[in-house]
Write a protein that binds this ligand. Structure first.
Ligand code: DOR
Length: 302
């Protein structure tokens, strides 16, 4: 059978499949064997407890989903005290997503989690739904570099940085993250979008912030992954509309070393386990002994 292992800047994974942050909780273990995953990624953790946006928070859009959840969090200390929010018992390496509204808040989460037993951090600099007004930190490479460098300095684990889907600047953002010491970049968070409720003359969700995800964004995310992978030497984690092993192959060929599955898990909770089970057959079909041999193999002709 094919070798499914991949390496994410010092983080060795049994296979490249992990959930996207925020799309499942530890309760996923009731619905599928979680220890077959390469890793699990937690919901973004803030320094202090926060409620998130008012409900209703999720709506269906064409070929995807719009969310305006607003990162509810129990706060870093409680998250750590409760066995990393219940994720530590799942049997897969835990990647903790961290967030903040200021540089100091990001650093405080990193301090609170020092030595907590997680496998890596993923710095969320790209949430489209925060009180900052939808602005994401990675649109300001200097500010992002400061945040990331400080988190790296406080952490003994690899640090991933989750970027927003900015076509014109994704290469620069990925480079800034790499220069600040990131071990990998995750490409990408949800795409800023809007669902309109014409009867109420209001946004369908909350105050009008929202992020689009799912199959609608897959070709856009593939292009961003391709661009990011060409811009940096560190690994890229691909995320955007993945719902099959065939989709995983597309992301690996475009330049991803690992992938995150998000939206599809809402309707098909056991999907990730099925994708992992299909990877050996996928490798055989594509003629590689090691799945990693697919990574960044996209070629173009003049
Ligand atoms: O789409 C997203 N929604 N991305 C994030 O980073 C956070 C999340 C939320 O809680 O709103």
């Amino acid at each position: 059978p094919a070798d499914l292992r991949v390496e994410l800047g010092g983080l060795a994974l049994a296979n490249p499949v992990m959930p996207a942050s925020g799309c499942f909780g530890p309760e996923l273990a009731d619905l599928m064997p979680v220890d077959v995953l390469g890793a699990v990624v937690t919901k973004t953790v803030f320094a202090t407890a926060r409620p998130g946006n008012r409900t209703h928070r999720i709506t269906e859009v064409s070929h995807g989903m719009l969310n305006s959840v607003g990162i509810p969090s129990q706060g870093a200390a409680e998250f750590r005290r409760s066995g990393l929010g219940g994720y530590a018992a799942l049997g897969a390496p835990v990647v903790v997503s961290i967030g903040g509204l200021s540089t100091a808040e990001y650093w405080r989460v990193a301090d609170e989690l020092a030595g907590a037993g997680h496998a890596a951090l993923e710095v969320n600099v790209s949430c489209p739904n925060l009180e900052r007004g939808g602005a994401t930190l990675d649109t300001d490479p200097r500010a992002m570099s400061e945040v990331v460098a400080g988190v790296v300095a406080r952490s003994s684990t690899p640090v991933l940085v989750k970027l927003s889907p900015q076509l014109q600047t994704i290469g620069d953002a990925a480079k800034a993250a790499a220069d600040a010491g990131a071990s990998a970049v995750t490409v990408c968070n949800s795409f800023p979008g809007l669902a309109v409720n014409p009867a109420r003359r209001e946004p369908e969700l909350g105050n009008g912030t929202g992020g689009v995800s799912g199959p609608a964004v897959k070709p856009l995310a593939l292009r961003l992954v391709w661009l990011a992978a060409q811009a940096v030497d560190i690994p890229v984690v691909g995320c955007g509309g993945i719902r099959s092993a065939a989709d995983v192959a597309e992301f690996l060929v475009a330049g991803a070393t690992a992938v995150q599955v998000g939206t599809a898990t809402f309707a098909q909770p056991a999907l990730m386990a099925r994708i992992v089970a299909e990877l050996p057959a996928l490798a055989a079909r594509l003629g590689v002994d090691r799945l990693a041999d697919l990574i960044a193999t996209l070629t173009t002709r003049p």
